[in-house]
Write a protein that binds this ligand. Structure first.
Ligand code: PEP
Length: 251
């Protein structure tokens, strides 16, 4: 059975004390073998977090990397630096990075390749905005975002990777996509990758992200192709996050 993932994206939030408190509680919480948690704190706290975590199913992820490995790129962090401190996952192409940092599909695909080459696991965010949803372009948008990775990195690249389907209109809005619509697009993503990428769909995990909380997570996980969730806002509150873990534990 594929592990159910819970990815927590703290974005630009948290400090030393809040992260230590959160991890001390999380370390003590029962997390079933079939469940895996990836905490994505701001990069400056990842090393500290690494020294605190002792549970074997809690992992750490970064929220971005630079497209270069070293050199005169002031302010950037490379994938090798993350590897150096024992980080396993990297979120790429989050809609906030696409929007505020003007990251293109091509740039994201290059970063995806770097993460794979470093033997870390990329978490590629894809998804449509409100206008594209209204126009019925969800599949087309996701296919375009996947295609750029396939065309730059080659067909096998999606083996052992994570895709997070995150409709932009659902992120931080309190409006969640219906489980059946998420199921449909997750199926589409898996079939698409299988068709163009020659990948066994058991080797990719497709997460849903967009206003997931303790009240809607169960309905989402009943769907066959929702392999886990990416949680933003609700992951900042330990009690809410713990309830999400308990629900996932029960599946
Ligand atoms: C996100 O950060 O990708 C996200 C899904 O946020 P939220 O859960 O707050 O919508």
């Amino acid at each position: 059975m594929k592990k159910k993932l819970i990815i927590a994206n703290w974005k630009l939030n948290g400090n030393k004390v809040s992260i230590l408190n959160f991890l001390n509680l999380l370390n003590k919480h029962d997390i079933e073998e079939k469940c895996k948690i990836i905490m994505s704190f701001p990069v400056i706290y990842l090393y500290l977090a690494k020294t605190i975590i002792y549970k074997k199913n809690i992992f750490l992820g970064a929220q971005n990397i630079d497209v270069n490995l070293s050199g005169p790129f002031t302010g950037e962090i490379s994938v090798n630096m993350l590897k150096d401190i024992g980080i396993d996952y990297v979120i790429l192409g989050h809609s906030e990075r696409r929007k505020y940092h003007k990251e293109s599909d091509t740039l994201i695909a290059k970063k995806f390749e770097l993460v794979k080459k470093a033997n870390l696991i990329p978490i590629l965010c894809v998804g449509e905005n409100k206008e594209e949803k209204k126009l019925g372009q969800t599949q087309e948008v996701c296919a375009r975002q996947l295609n750029s990775v396939i065309s730059i990195c080659g067909p096998q690249i999606f083996n052992d990777t994570i895709i997070a389907y995150e409709p932009i209109w659902a992120i931080g809005s309190g409006e969640t996509a219906t489980p059946s619509s998420v199921q449909k697009i997750h199926r589409f993503i898996k079939e698409y990758i299988k068709k163009y990428g020659f990948v066994n769909s058991d080797k990719i995990s497709v997460q849903y992200g967009g206003s997931v909380d303790e009240n809607n997570v169960a309905q989402l996980l009943y769907e066959a192709d929702i392999d886990g969730v990416l949680v933003g806002g609700a992951s900042l509150n330990y009690n809410k996050f713990k309830k999400i873990i308990d629900i996932v534990n029960a599946f």
